[in-house]
Ligand binder design. Structure first.
Ligand SMILES: [Zn+2]
Length: 144
């Protein structure tokens, strides 16, 4: 069992969950709050999403995820939103975001690909080693 980024981005149920998280975070100039979750795989390789508790304007706390597992399922991707589009807000992954992925021993599982950061314009991927890149346009990946 091994997962790839394209495989996740082709999974319509996962995309629907990412889109739901984005809309739940109430994207706006400054009134939004972060939402996030884990994309997890069960023993059969079936992917699903475990959402986190609602976050703050520019912060969100991950639930426990010991050894890169949650509720007995392997974490493949973590994700959170950057819903505020105002000039005061950074759209791309922050240094805190990067360190949170890079320095978390429980986000180094065999199947873990990294963290998606969903902003209005782009979806980014922070890889476990702490490098980030744009994986695509949000409107293209999530649809309108
Ligand atoms: Zn962030």
């Amino acid at each position: 069992m091994k997962f790839s980024k394209p495989e996740i981005l082709r999974n319509s149920e996962i995309i629907a969950e990412l889109k739901r998280a984005w809309l739940d975070s109430e994207p706006n100039v400054s009134g939004g709050h972060e939402e996030g979750g884990f994309v997890v795989a069960d023993d059969f390789g079936v992917l699903s999403v475990e959402r986190w508790e609602k976050g703050m304007q520019n912060e969100i706390v991950l639930p426990p995820h010991r050894n890169c597992f949650v509720n007995g399922k392997a974490i493949v991707v973590s994700f959170h939103t950057h819903p505020n589009t105002g000039a005061d807000f950074q759209q791309e992954p922050s240094l805190t975001d990067i360190r949170a992925v890079r320095d978390d021993f429980d986000l180094k599982g065999e199947f873990y690909l990294g963290e998606f950061v969903i902003s209005r314009e782009n979806i980014y991927l922070i890889e476990p080693a702490g490098v980030f890149s744009i994986i695509g346009k949000t409107s293209k990946i999530l649809g309108r």
